[in-house]
Write a protein that binds this ligand. Structure first.
Ligand code: CAA
Length: 379
């Protein structure tokens, strides 16, 4: 599908692929087994411009587009899906809303550090009682004596343990539900702000997923992001972009599953011949490739629509829905092709299988993506 890409996009893809293969792959499985956040890799990714691919150079970004961003997240996730989501959550869920809804002062203050990767971002929307029903937030923000006072707790914040800057959603007028939620920018050292439980997870283990606890956190008025009570819409618009990032991550996992399976099926001999000679294997490979290409094209389309500033909510939901289900299926087939060895840690396919599952869950489950697509169809 390279014929759809510009010279600049192809160069970026090649550069990220090389970086991920040379630097990320050698440590990916070890970091994953030890639940280690890849601090040095993220620093290097920042130096290469990967923490701010699609944002203007005047704020410290790489000045490229969202198709490039999708290619970068896919290439990184091909070798390590944990690193892919660290970059994606940071870029789509933190840099994007600050760039889109921040005041000029907020952009000047936060974007240079974030886009260069010197600072890491995390997005705190989900709560124990507010998952798919994201508007049911119980965390409150009250305006008292010229300052915001925040109380509550958030869960499942990607990058939560390492982040310096958080975008956090709180209820400012609970009776208005989704129309009474406001977004805030919170820095990690703010008194009353702390990291709670850090999750032990099935996959993406070298990215952190943490609880955030807020006990009388005081914020100056200027830390409100966007307008009062517009936070739910800000999070929905932000998640449209986030879903592109997760679609790209899922594509990386699907491609890894396919490429490893092609290689293995040519090397593995049974019945005196490579297993690639058997139609049972060939059909699995053919289906994996066809589904991957379909998911890639949906993700390319949604990224292009974002670049063209079109309404791409349903397109992003389709890209994420398809790519995540393709990743899960490709990883399952990859283990099947690898047989007993695929079930061991000697091969990477067991990691792909565990990593793929989350792409059907976070930033909106597959059921929520179907709901978004159906609502768009029936409106
Ligand atoms: N763009 C702009 N506005 C949008 C929008 C979008 N994509 N989607 C909804 N809105 C607006 C609606 O137009 C509506 O506006 P009005 O108030 O003016 O009428 C308002 O937002 C409320 O919308 P709904 O009535 O559709 O809200 P709902 O309560 O029915 O919820 C939902 C809709 C699609 C189910 C939504 O709650 C949703 O996406 N849920 C999933 C949440 C999610 O993805 N969570 C992931 C969290 S992040 C994460 O995973 C962790 C991480 O770090 C990776």
């Amino acid at each position: 599908m390279d014929f759809l890409l510009t010279e600049e996009q192809l160069m970026l893809k090649e550069m990220v692929e090389k970086f991920a293969k040379d630097k990320i792959l050698p440590v990916a499985s070890e970091n994953e087994r030890n639940h280690l956040f890849p601090t040095e890799i993220i620093k290097e990714a920042g130096e290469l411009g990967l923490m701010g691919v699609a944002y203007p150079t005047e704020y410290g970004g790489a000045g490229m587009d969202f198709v490039s961003y999708f290619l970068a997240v896919e290439a990184v996730s091909r070798y390590c899906a944990s690193t892919g989501v660290i970059i994606s959550a940071h870029s789509s869920l933190v840099c994007d809303p600050i760039f889109n809804f921040g005041t000029e002062e907020q952009k000047q203050k936060y974007l240079p550090g974030l886009l260069s990767g010197q600072k890491i971002g995390s997005f705190s929307l989900t709560e124990s009682g507010a998952g798919s029903d994201a508007g049911a937030t119980k965390t409150t923000a009250k305006f008292v004596d010229g300052r915001w006072l925040l109380n509550g707790s958030k869960i499942f914040a990607t990058n939560g343990k390492e982040a310096d800057v958080f975008i956090l959603l709180a209820s400012t007028e609970p009776e208005k539900k989704t129309r009474g939620v406001t977004a805030f920018i919170v820095e990690k050292d703010t008194p009353g702000y702390s990291i709670g439980k850090v999750e032990r997870k099935l996959g993406i283990r070298s990215s952190s997923t943490a609880e955030i606890v807020l006990e009388n956190v005081e914020l100056p008025a200027e830390n409100m992001l966007g307008e009062l009570n517009q936070g739910f819409k800000i999070s929905m618009i932000t998640l449209d972009g986030g879903r592109l990032g997760i679609a790209s991550q899922a594509l990386g996992i699907a491609r890894a599953s396919l490429e490893d399976s092609v290689k293995y099926s040519k090397e593995r001999y049974q019945f005196d011949q490579p297993i690639a000679n058997f139609q049972a294997i060939q059909w699995m490979l053919a289906d994996m490739k066809t589904e991957y290409d379909a998911a890639w094209l949906l993700t390319y389309r949604a990224s292009l629509m974002k670049d063209k500033k079109m309404n791409y909510s349903a397109a992003a939901a389709m890209a994420k829905l398809k790519s995540s289900e393709v990743a899960m299926d490709a990883a399952r087939k990859a283990i099947q092709i690898h047989g007993g060895y695929g079930y061991t840690e000697d091969f990477n396919v067991e990691r792909y299988y565990r990593d793929a599952k989350i792409t059907e869950i976070y930033e909106g489950t597959s059921e929520i993506q179907r709901l978004v697509i159906a609502r768009d169809l029936l409106k």
